[in-house]
Design a protein around this ligand. Structure first.
Ligand SMILES: Nc1ncnc2c1ncn2[C@@H]1O[C@H](COP(=O)(O)OP(=O)(O)OP(=O)(O)O)[C@@H](O)[C@H]1O
Ligand SMILES: [Mg+2]
Length: 223
């Protein structure tokens, strides 16, 4: 791959720290593309989730910039970033607020006044794919952590993003669901959807990752 190629997401020389605290990153650069699955590893507190939030525009860098498909994330509304980049939060409670499973999967379509019938078909497909049929009548708040994570991921996929940032997607998933997830991600990747997978699970990315990056002391190194 050419060094000069412009990636779908370009993190360019960013520095960031919380509040008046020291820099967590200093001059960090990283390119992420749609034809790759990148795995991001790093110790607790190394800044993986922070980096994801910077890419999503939920946090702003102290210096440097993040480009999404040639446009600075700072110039985009959160919703505009979210339409292109699907973000699975490390804590699924932060993105589950529907009163039912179907409600959760359809709310954004209802909110945006989009075609609900089309979305319903897609929701049913995802419910089947992820084996969520048994959770239909449970208030999503009461689902198990693993079920919540899968439901949160299904909601993210409902929007058909170009790129996915998945923060600890396998955390609290049983082996069967992790296997289904791996197949789903492989399939999405083959359809040209890029992804950044943040994980502590060293086995999961096997046969999936095109490259591995380790975040350590504010720097991103090839793993
Ligand atoms: N809102 C915040 N305000 C102040 N400091 C924060 C905030 N969020 C995170 N931090 C600090 O920033 C550092 C990086 O946190 P972050 O959550 O990005 O790490 P991480 O690599 O995702 O860790 P983990 O593997 O545990 O998920 C940590 O030291 C954390 O305490
Ligand atoms: Mg984290």
């Amino acid at each position: 791959m050419s060094q000069n190629k412009t990636r779908y997401i370009e993190i360019e020389n960013i520095s960031f720290g919380y509040g008046k605290g020291p820099d967590l990153f200093n001059n960090l650069s990283l390119g992420l593309d749609k034809d790759e699955i990148t795995v991001l590893l790093g110790e607790n507190g190394s800044g993986k989730t922070t980096l994801a939030k910077l890419v999503m525009g939920m946090l702003g860098p102290r210096s440097g910039r993040i480009m999404l498909d040639g446009v600075s994330v700072e110039d985009l509304a959160l919703g505009e970033v979210g339409m292109r980049v699907g973000y699975l939060f490390q804590n699924p409670d932060h993105q589950i607020f529907g009163a039912t499973l179907i409600d959760q999967l359809l709310w954004s379509f209802e909110f945006l006044g989009e075609d609900i019938d089309l979305a319903k078909g897609k929701a049913e497909e995802l419910i089947r794919l992820f084996g969520l049929e048994g959770s239909r009548d449970t208030y999503p708040y009461y689902l198990s952590l693993g079920e919540k994570r899968i439901l949160a991921l299904a909601s993210v996929l409902m929007r058909s993003p170009d790129y996915l940032i998945l923060d600890e997607p396998t955390s609290s998933l049983d082996e069967e669901r992790a296997g289904v997830l791996k197949e789903v991600l492989k399939n999405l990747s083959e359809r040209g959807i890029g992804m950044l997978i943040i994980t502590h699970d060293y086995d999961f990315p096997e046969g999936l990752a095109h490259r591995t990056i380790v975040l350590s002391e504010g720097r991103a190194c090839n793993g």
